[in-house]
Design a protein around this ligand. Structure first.
Ligand code: SAH
Length: 348
């Protein structure tokens, strides 16, 4: 359960033993500025490259199990096998003006949101800092010649339930791989102690909160952790984060047909979002095997957005990327397990 990206610089110094300092710099720069393993850093002598390539500490943690491409090449999704056989997903999305990677922070998830494919499957384990960083660096390499500018921690798992590994990944991406804090977004189901802790960090990353319901009765049902961290407290924690960081807050809202897409839902949402100046991301629910409810059809999505806008809330509809390749929300792993055809790569 280690990745070459789990090493600190001091670990690398120790690992390279008697090599001069500039060799350490070359390997480190290979990892973080070229997104390359030591065997690919051509400025290193061949013998050293071979020696480093054989070290387990410098191995890659992610073996591709499946890769799928959609949207004319603009969405690429990987299913990785980790060295204990567990699988996680990463999605790279190219837009006109930027490229974004969506990374997993846990294998599985313990939050048990009924509509989410990952939540339905349960929790396997936390990912290590290196396993998280390596997903980003794989995407950096794959995005070329485009520059990967944004990272969203919105893949499998709950980032704030794995704080001690996720935050060092954020720091590493910022300090070593050159991502600016405003291009890093943590998405949470609403783990209040995590949000409060985030407010004490020096890096002002973006915070996205998966709201989906704006009253406790409905949210208790859709997002079970709401019973522990109810809306009033969650809103107070969001306010504290805003006050501390001055970053724009966003709310995620998966539109579920007949459940949270009515005028009354828009009014309740606006009552929370407007005072916070929060941006609302609307996304029609992706159907998942374990949840027999549909996403809101397109006209209803437009209508819901209009209600919000009329109530003074900034809201956008997020186009669903890669639904045809199950790139949405933990679905590739579920699909592979269920034998729906995707292009499987040979394992190595
Ligand atoms: N645990 C974190 C991050 C991972 S989930 C969180 O909850 O924010 C990323 C986003 O996808 C969340 O907003 C989640 O609610 C949403 N999501 C999960 N399953 C979905 C589905 N079937 N359709 C639409 N959005 C979904």
């Amino acid at each position: 359960m280690t990745s070459r990206y789990d090493l600190t610089r001091d670990d690398l110094v120790a690992l390279l033993g008697g090599e001069p300092g500039y060799r350490v710099d070359q390997v480190w720069a290979g990892l973080y500025t070229q997104a390359a393993g030591p065997d690919e850093v051509t400025s290193l002598p061949k013998a050293l490259r071979q020696r480093l390539a054989a070290l387990p500490e410098l191995a890659s943690a992610l073996q591709p199990a499946a890769e799928s491409v959609s949207d004319g090449g603009d969405t690429v999704k990987w299913l990785w096998s980790l060295d204990d056989g567990i699988q996680v997903e990463t999605v790279l999305m190219h837009y006109r003006d930027r490229s974004t990677v969506c990374v997993s922070t846990q294998a599985g998830c313990a939050m048990a949101c009924g509509f989410c494919a990952t939540g339905q499957a349960g929790f396997d384990r936390h990912l290590t800092t290196g396993e998280i960083v390596e997903q980003v660096m794989r995407a950096v390499a794959a995005a070329r010649p485009r520059r990967l500018s944004n990272v969203v921690f919105m893949g499998m798992g709950e980032p704030l339930a794995n704080y001690d590994r996720v935050w060092p990944a954020v720091v590493r991406l910022h300090g070593e791989a050159g991502f600016s804090a405003r291009h890093l977004t943590l998405s949470t189901v609403g783990i209040i102690p995590g949000i409060r802790r985030l407010a004490t960090e020096s890096l002002p990353v973006n915070l996205a909160v998966s709201l989906h319901a704006a009253n406790d009765e409905l949210r208790d049902e859709l997002v079970p952790i709401n019973r522990r961290y109810p809306l009033g407290d969650l809103v107070a924690a969001c306010r504290a984060y805003l006050d501390a960081k001055g970053r724009r807050l966003s709310f995620e809202w998966a539109l579920i047909h007949g459940v949270n897409d009515r005028a009354g839902d828009a009014r309740e949402l606006a009552a929370i979002a407007r005072p916070l100046g929060a941006h609302v991301n609307l996304i029609p629910l992706n159907p998942t095997p374990g949840y027999a409810v549909m996403g809101t059809p397109a006209p209803g999505v437009r209508q819901f957005r209009q209600w919000l806008v009329d109530l003074g809330v900034n809201a956008t509809v997020r186009r669903n990327r890669g639904t045809d390749i199950d790139a949405a929300c933990g679905q590739l792993r579920a699909t592979v397990a269920g034998q729906t055809p995707v292009r499987l790569l040979p394992t190595h």
